[in-house]
Design a protein around this ligand. Sequence first.
Ligand code: 5GP
Length: 205
Amino acid sequence: MSQGAILVLSGPSGAGKSTIITAASNQIGEYYFSISTTTRSARVGEMDGRDYFFVSKESFKEDIKAGNFLEYAQVHGNYYGTSLKPVREALDAGKLVIFDIDVQGHRLVRDKMGDITTSVFITPPTLCVLQSRLEARKTDEQSIIIGRIENAKKEILALREYDFVIINESIEEASKEFTIIANAARLKQSHQQCEEFIKQWLMLD
Ligand code: 5GP
């Protein structure tokens, strides 16, 4: 039985999510990374169409009205959303689709596509470590870092809603754990596929 599957990654900004995906990318087979649309401004080094699709609030709201998002949420005062069409296409092609979305997005994806969804929460070992990582990467002003820390304190409370937790102390270890989870996520079967398999399995010649 082969089909597409979804792997949701959540965790505070600065948890190391994109570094872990990059480190594991050669071990997890073909996958489609869902590029989100956002109204926040691009950080230094970020590219439109690679890291995010950077759009205006007006354009984002038009997409909401048109029903173009699988899910969307407001995070740190900006909108972030996952476009439905490329995700559908990747799933139809049998790919593993990876989302980097917040805890609100995870709830929405679970509600809509729970039977093919696996989720993992990635976090630094402590709030103190998160703060030093955010300060060290020097991509955000102090006021933004404070906002991210406050948001992380709320997000950690959703930890128990996830199938797996990766505590990112070393990239090597975290990417090994991520590889195991991603490869297992691929094997998850939808209810519909199980029903079809049972029907066929029971048939006698
Ligand atoms: P950042 O601004 O650091 O790139 O992302 C901030 C937060 O927004 C992160 O927790 C990230 O997972 C989340 N995020 C990014 N894209 C999406 C999306 O499409 N939907 C939702 N719900 N959250 C997103």
